[in-house]
Ligand binder design. Sequence first.
Ligand SMILES: C[C@H](NC(=O)O)C(=O)O
Ligand SMILES: [Zn+2]
Length: 586
Amino acid sequence: SNVNETAAGEFLDMYNTEAQRVFSANAAVSWAFNTNITDENRQKSIQSDLQTDLWRQNMSHQAAVFNTSGFDPDMQRQFYKIKDIGTAALEDVAKLEELNSVLAQMSTIYSTARVCLTKTDCLPLDPDITREFEKSRNEERLRRLWVGWRDESGKKMRQLYTQFVDLSNEAVKTLGYADTGDYWRSKYETETFEQDVASLFEELKPFYTELHAFVRRRLKAQYGDSVFPASGHIPAHLLGNMWAQQWNSVQNLLMPYPDQPILDVTAEMVKQEYTAERIFHVADDFFASLGLTPMPQEFWNGSMLEKPQDGREVVCHASAWDFYNGIDFRVKQCTEVTMEHFSTAHHEMGHIEYFLQYKHQPVVYRGGANAGFHEAVGDVISLSVETPKHLHDIGLLPTLVENNEADTNFLMAMALQKIAFLPFGYLIDQWRWSVFRGQTHPSDYNKAWWKLRCELQGVSPPVARTEDDFDPGAKFHIPNNTPYIRYFVSFVLQFQFHKALCDAAGHTGPLHTCDIFNSTEAGTKLGEMLSMGSSKVWTEPFQALTNQTRMSAQPLMDYFQPLMTFLQKENGQDKGWQPDCPNLDP
Ligand SMILES: C[C@H](NC(=O)O)C(=O)O
Ligand SMILES: [Zn+2]
């Protein structure tokens, strides 16, 4: 009845006003904890999260009073989202506090862990150990850091993680979900989501297998065959990254044509005395060139763009923050002057641009059309920025060499970032979904993790692993409870977005040479999609931009096709690996 509808409208207005007050207060306390990890700030953050969860519970109960069946679809969607409160649904307040406390403890362990190679020389992950992984070619030192990091991070949180799983599952079952994975997947509003990502992964496997074979051969030449197991796996500590998730840091060993330019602008940025701030201004210039919203002054005032040097412990893993007050939007990044951080800055600024584009929406709609969209925005921009032509235009690539060999080197550099990542991006939540479902018991946590790493990624542990270890906990997103399939989805979507934006910008020629810089046509189409936030099911904004209604690996495969042809010729039949995992109890 319209009395009900009028009252419902007033409820939504109240919710929207209150939510901005509650969420921005919580964001401020959480920001204080993440940028200054102390016992006091952790306790304040736990209490703030608890109060925010209780407020969401209360709002959900008030919303449940309304019979929304006769309401218009938009109102129904807003009520659905107000009631979809996830783990905040845990009725037992003591358990709810325990859940928030366990998460805050795991986050602290991860972000304050240090590896002591000598009594006095204790290194944090960022920037020290990460820099070693980027630069060192000393197999023994890399192995010690690889084991040491896992001893100081994952190994210390196995029990906490088990507690988290039980509490999170109990909470979402209150809302009728089978388990936490069921709840996380429901956010994609796609019945066939789990099958869709599985078939995308199958479709992309041949590309990964060719890249893996080429990289393995080059690394064998560098480190000697004896370091490599007969099964065909690549030992995880040799790929330039603590988790072997992207391999750009060892690209100087991997260029098809070493006498052609290598696409790494780190040295040039250092030579030009780039600062963290300048990296973010270069990124900002690109968004502005598209006619999108430049970063507001509050962004520059409030962000933490460098690791503090005053002894404070901070969460260095980069992130972007919406304070839900329409004013404060910040990035927290321990920026180093490297190509990887240059790319990460664009990634994080993509999140901020999304926040800015949908800040007029009701709070319940201030999110990505789905989480993969949010992870894709900045990366789409980077696909233009990282072209040799664009890097030359902004003065980071002094000589622009345009020939087939340089082109192959460029595609290899992009494949080490995008193709290398695909199995990793896919397997993290394969592991977590199996844990949440009860298919993987705590007694098998590590075995199940390495089974996936060995089978899907063709990467193996450099030393024996047992159930004393908890290697999933050594990757940020597990202790910090950030779902991960969103990155796999993003790596597929971003090439569909890139193709659509390049078409809008009037690009002709191969997709991998497209640079949409200064294209307000592309910017307008992107802005229209971003401004919708999560007000509609993702297929609607997706279709508006791409004229497609499904995720497709085709644009990604078209982009890399010239490299695949090269790799297939190089590899012949010397590719692939046995599923069984070396260094793991059978
Ligand atoms: C790919 C993912 N990106 C991110 O966390 O922003 C990662 O770093 O593991
Ligand atoms: Zn992100």
